[in-house]
Design a protein around this ligand. Structure first.
Ligand SMILES: O=C(CO)COP(=O)(O)O
Length: 261
């Protein structure tokens, strides 16, 4: 089964709603419709930008989609500060990132929380982008495959094969995030390939062959080509390089197989 690459721009806590409109327009202007046959492009802005992004995307009939950086595990109620899956679905969001390493380490999210959030996203028709990834100590000890597969199993525990088929998995080694130290293509392939083999065990070969597995960590237009050329890497979750319109559009064009915009 051929998998269409996905490039997701995780803006993290950057850009207000006015800046968001400017960036989305810049990306859309640089990427004419023909690219979207070959690559799915999504932006993942802060919650406060989503309504503005929705207005531009729907108003100008843009082909890119958008998603949220997190989703509550709860449906509604007394959860101050939380945003529910139904609220995000109502805003037209396609994706919800769950279990990003910054949420795991800075906000104490464990695998059980990530699983609950994955289920919440699926319940409301959002595609969860489930993030996993090892720290430097695990990598240096050579235990990265084992560690990531354990995180994957815990984050998807008990999901049906039909639900696993709806998930995107993002492999983001923590030591590569925001450091400029990108994994080599073969490092990315090693873990992404192991993730796909594990998905086959958790669901089926057919499901595993259809799930998109992304790499994230210091991806830029300079390295995206060789990373997505790996057989089990189906795109990228991009942080810093997604905040610059031309750079992000170039990166998406490379993932689409060109030509450069
Ligand atoms: O965390 C990331 C995307 O979710 C990666 O961030 P950078 O691309 O800035 O390393």
């Amino acid at each position: 089964m051929s998998r269409k690459p996905l490039i997701a721009g995780n803006w993290k806590m950057n850009l207000n709603h006015l800046e968001a409109i400017g960036l989305v327009q810049k990306i859309a202007f640089a990427l004419p419709a023909k690219y979207f046959d070959k690559v799915d492009v999504t932006v993942i802005p802060p919650f406060t930008d989503l309504r503005s992004v929705q207005t531009v995307v729907e108003g100008d009939k843009l082909l890119l989609t958008y998603g949220a950086q997190d989703v509550s595990q709860h449906d509604s109620g007394a959860y101050t500060g939380e945003i529910s899956g139904s609220m995000l679905a109502k805003l037209g969001a396609t994706y919800a990132v769950v279990g990003h390493s910054e949420r795991r380490t800075l906000h104490g999210e464990d695998d059980a929380t990530v699983l609950a959030k994955t289920k919440a996203a699926l319940k409301h028709g959002l595609t969860p982008i489930v993030c996993i990834g090892e720290g430097l100590d695990i990598r240096e000890a050579g235990n990265q495959v084992e560690y990531n597969l354990e995180q994957l199993r815990c984050s998807l525990q008990g999901l049906s094969a039909a639900d696993i088929a709806k998930v995107v998995v993002a492999y983001e080694p923590v030591w590569a995030i925001g450091t400029g130290r990108v994994a080599t293509p073969s490092d990315a392939q090693e873990v992404c390939g192991a993730i796909r083999a594990e998905l086959a065990k958790l669901a089926s070969d057919e499901v595993a062959a259809g799930v998109r597995v992304l790499y994230g960590g210091s991806v830029s237009s300079k390295n995206v080509g060789e990373i997505v050329a790996e057989p089990d890497v189906d795109g990228a979750l991009v942080g810093g390089a997604s905040l610059k319109g031309e750079e992000f559009a170039t990166l998406c064009a490379i993932a689409a197989g060109g030509p450069l915009p």
